[in-house]
Design a protein around this ligand. Structure first.
Ligand code: M6R
Length: 603
């Protein structure tokens, strides 16, 4: 939520900021702004309601400088507008601040310190920047002291970057709960919410910890810990292919990412399976997992749906009970936990605030944890005991696609490793072969885009609502299929347990309501077909996605044969494509659906 970038020591600061914001746009896209300085007390503030393309268009030739800050916003306090866009400035015009996060006590701080100031926006950020100005003016503090005092006064989450017009050679930085990195170069330094923002100028980054503040000039980086003591933080390199960051020849990132799935699966198979088909992970991780009486998956959204599929994989393959928990609920309503619990955090971004609050709680209780994530060095990765990477490459479209199939694949590999550890003689699940079938099957489905585009037109061009139904793994895949359709096409869609419809929800079925059934499990196929008949009798417009061995002549989409445990890897593909085409046909932006952001760093 919200993307921040700052740079000092580059004559092309404006371009670095705009380029960085384009890379961060997935984090929020309702308004944006930059401040660049042309020297003492001279600078340009450009803000727009809209996207980075609108910001770029609003920037003039004279808006240049060698230091600046930029922000792309996902509104929390105050609607998307130019006044609420960042940077926010202090009433005296001296300080400019960008912020990602939520300040819980901004109203009381305003009442206590800023009675004489008329605020121009509805943001919590404007309170923070005016606090710094007030502490400097009235309490005669140095800017650094005021900065560190402000950070102590605010409660909540923040990644902050500030510029002082009276000393425009340095950036003041602070971080708590929201992600922020320092990017380093020989003659410049920068700061950003995600390394993607500065990757075209550096691949060397320093991680900041919660409670850190920093002062960054072109030549020097000073970092301070929670008690304002000087600290050193770890430097690391990011090796990402620049090609991964663009759309290539695809019209949308989502389509590119859907198409990348066969390659991601093959890469995961090569990475985590050796030549003999043995799944290879850190032996200390497997030791701890094997001792667990119960494994808890904690996640949100699509990652939660991947956890639901993962539960059956671990329970069937490794015979360890699994519970799948919504992070936003679990942390505040901890159930009675099993003895020796082990926690697995599933998170594409590794930054989700809901998941992180659970991780912090269970760490305090002394329980072991693993983060399965797509982003190395992300917060959840750094803070868990173990990390396993998804290796899916950057996922930029808000609607998650390749991260979901990568998560299921990695959990399957982990389940296989556990099974091999707990019962080395029993290897009757040929995961290598299954993953190869899955990768080929995904490609076969992607190649049916024309058919799926037509089905999207037939089923979704006019409807207000829709249902996906299934049983077992098909039900869990239905949950993800429904999320895909609703989040980008705005068709109200539910993923439902097929047998549960008749217990109430079937009353929503009207003439023409699309009901899409996923059928891949021989044990329940007939039952789900029976449920389809029930909704057809009430006027539903039904569509069937069935596996080869269970297909009937009228089924519209046939998915290649695979073990039913892994069928969501295939059934989700037509669902992703149906969502994609329905959204295009309805005239919406596939990659940037309204009200959403990719990385959800507020609770
Ligand atoms: O980065 P995470 O996997 O932790 O994100 C959790 C959810 O916000 C995310 O999966 C979201 O539901 C998807 N982007 C929706 O497609």
């Amino acid at each position: 939520m919200c993307g921040i970038v700052g740079i000092v020591g580059r004559n092309d600061a404006t371009e670095v900021l705009l380029n960085g914001l384009e890379k961060l746009e997935y984090r929020g896209y309702d308004s944006a702004g930059i401040y660049v300085s042309q020297g003492l007390n001279k600078g340009s503030l450009v803000k727009v309601k809209g996207k980075i393309a609108d910001l770029r268009a609003a920037v003039h030739q004279e808006d240049v400088g060698n230091i600046g800050i930029g922000h792309t916003r996902w509104a929390t306090h105050g609607q998307p507008s130019k006044a609420n866009a960042h940077p926010q400035s202090s009433a005296d015009g001296r300080f400019y601040l960008v912020h990602n996060g939520v300040l819980e006590n901004y109203e009381s701080l305003k009442a206590q310190y800023l009675n004489d100031i008329k605020l121009q926006s509805q943001t919590d950020t404007e309170v923070a920047v005016n606090l710094v100005a007030t502490l400097v003016q009235k309490e005669k503090m140095s800017v650094l002291a005021a900065w560190q005092k402000m950070v102590q006064l605010v409660k909540g989450s923040y990644a902050f970057v500030l510029i002082d017009r009276e000393n425009p050679q340095q950036l003041y930085v602070a971080k708590n709960k929201s992600p922020l990195l320092i990017g380093t170069g020989a003659t410049f330094n920068g700061v950003c919410s995600d390394s993607l923002a500065l990757l075209n100028v550096t691949n060397s980054f320093i991680e900041l910890h919660d409670g850190d503040t920093a002062v960054i000039s072109s030549q020097e980086i000073k970092i301070f810990g929670q008690k304002n003591e000087a600290v050193k933080r770890k430097t690391y390199s990011v090796t990402l292919n620049q090609d991964d960051l663009g759309k290539g020849t695809y019209p949308y990132y989502m389509l590119k990412e859907i198409n990348e799935q066969p390659a991601v699966l093959r890469f995961l198979e090569k990475t985590y399976l050796n030549e003999t088909g043995k799944a290879v992970f850190d032996s200390r991780l497997l030791d701890q997992l094997a001792q667990a009486e119960k494994i808890y998956f904690v996640a949100a959204g699509t990652s939660y749906h991947a956890g639901l599929v993962g539960k059956a994989l671990i329970e069937k393959l490794a015979q360890i009970p699994v519970s799948v928990e919504l992070a936003s609920e679990f942390g505040y309503h901890l159930p009675i936990l099993a003895k020796n619990p082990f926690f697995i955090f599933l998170s594409q971004s590794g930054e989700t605030a809901d998941s992180r609050q659970v991780l912090l709680k269970i760490k305090k209780l002394g329980y072991p944890s693993l983060t399965i994530t797509n982003v190395d060095h992300s917060t959840l990765s750094r803070e868990a005991d173990f990390t396993v990477l998804l290796h899916a490459g950057p996922e930029i479209a808000v609607a998650s696609t390749k991260a979901y199939t990568a998560q299921i694949t990695v959990v399957a590999l982990l389940a296989q490793a556990l099974r091999q550890k707990l019962d080395p003689d029993v290897i009757n699940f040929d995961l290598k072969q299954q993953l190869s079938l899955a990768a080929n099957g995904i490609q076969t489905l992607i190649d049916q885009q024309e058919l799926i585009e037509q089905l999207a037109k037939d089923y979704f061009s006019k409807t207000r609502n829709a249902f996906y139904i299934g049983r077992g793994q098909d039900y869990y895949a239905s949950r993800e299929a429904a999320l895909k359709l609703k989040e980008i096409s705005y068709i109200q869609t539910e993923g439902f347990a097929a047998g549960e419809l008749k217990h109430g929800t079937i009353s929503l079925i009207e003439l023409g309501t699309p009901v899409i059934a996923l059928i891949t499990d021989p044990e329940t196929a007939d039952l789900t077909r029976g449920n389809l008949k029930e909704v057809e009798a009430r006027g539903a417009h039904t569509l069937t996605i069935a596996s080869e061995n269970l297909a009937q002549s009228k089924d519209q989409i046939i998915v290649p044969q695979i073990d039913p445990l892994l069928s969501p890897l295939l059934t989700v593909i037509p669902a992703q494509l149906l969502a994609y085409f329905a959204t295009i046909q309805r005239g919406y932006n596939v990659d940037q659906p309204r009200n959403l952001a990719k990385s959800v760093t507020v609770e």
